[in-house]
Design a protein around this ligand. Structure first.
Ligand code: C5P
Length: 223
């Protein structure tokens, strides 16, 4: 049987990764956090002091380093750069601020899209991101576009930062999230947008399990 794929796209902080992980766990599919891949490139730019919008410098960096992705014990994606596990550094405010710049670069997108498609060829996957249903897996078995209002998304992100030891004000988070969504939606290549055949789910005020159940029903109906 050919692998099944569940694509979950949407703006920052909509709850995609939490929901996608739980759906993957229930289905025993591989969870692929494509944002972590873009974050790995942004992390490397921060570490090596490279301007994230400098196309040739970022391309060079990506070519010179070896990236590896593996499923972690808590189902999160483990990201290795040159055999060093950098997963713990990918969600810092520094990386979040710059990631949309590297994600707009054609070479970076084409490389990461190839890796993502390779995972989906050999495994049944739940993949979350911005362009999964539109570009990476246009034939995905189920496509979901997950949203929530900006205040709720910012509160969730603030809690996530807090758990990682970063205290950032709600105002700052709303500003940087809005800016990131704007860059992601307005870029030329693979912008953040819903596939025409995606099912829209608004998670504002909904318990995680309710959203997970909704997606499970879509998967059951589809295959
Ligand atoms: O999902 P997460 O917030 O970790 O994504 C970080 C950033 O990576 C997004 O804001 C976007 O710029 C980029 N991204 C993307 N395409 C994807 C996944 C993430 O451009 N499929």
């Amino acid at each position: 049987m050919s692998p099944v794929s569940v694509a979950i796209d949407g703006p920052a902080g909509a709850g995609k990764s939490t929901v996608a992980k739980l759906v993957a766990e229930r289905l025993k599919f591989l969870y692929i956090d494509t944002g972590a891949m873009y974050r790995a490139v942004a992390y490397l730019c921060v570490k090596e002091n490279v301007d994230c919008s400098d196309t040739s410098a970022v391309d060079k960096l990506v070519k010179e380093h070896e990236f590896r992705f593996e499923e972690g014990r808590d189902l999160g994606l483990l990201v290795y750069v040159d055999d060093q596990d950098v997963s713990a550094y990918l969600r810092s405010p520094d990386v979040s601020e710059r990631v949309s710049l590297v994600a707009a670069l054609p070479e970076v997108r084409s490389r990461l899209t190839q890796w993502q498609r390779a995972f989906a060829k050999t495994h049944s996957v739940v993949m979350d991101g911005r362009d999964i249903g539109t570009v990476v897996l246009p034939d995905a078995t189920v496509k979901v576009f997950l949203t929530a209002n900006v205040e709720e998304r910012a509160r969730r992100r603030q809690q996530e930062y807090h758990e990682r030891g970063f205290d950032v004000s709600l105002g700052e988070i709303i500003e940087s999230m809005t800016q990131r969504d704007k860059l992601d939606s307005e870029r030329e290549l693979a912008p953040l947008t819903s596939a025409p055949d995606a099912v829209h789910i608004d998670s504002t005020g909904k318990a995680i399990d309710v959203v997970v159940d909704e997606i499970m029903r879509l998967v059951e109906r589809a295959h």
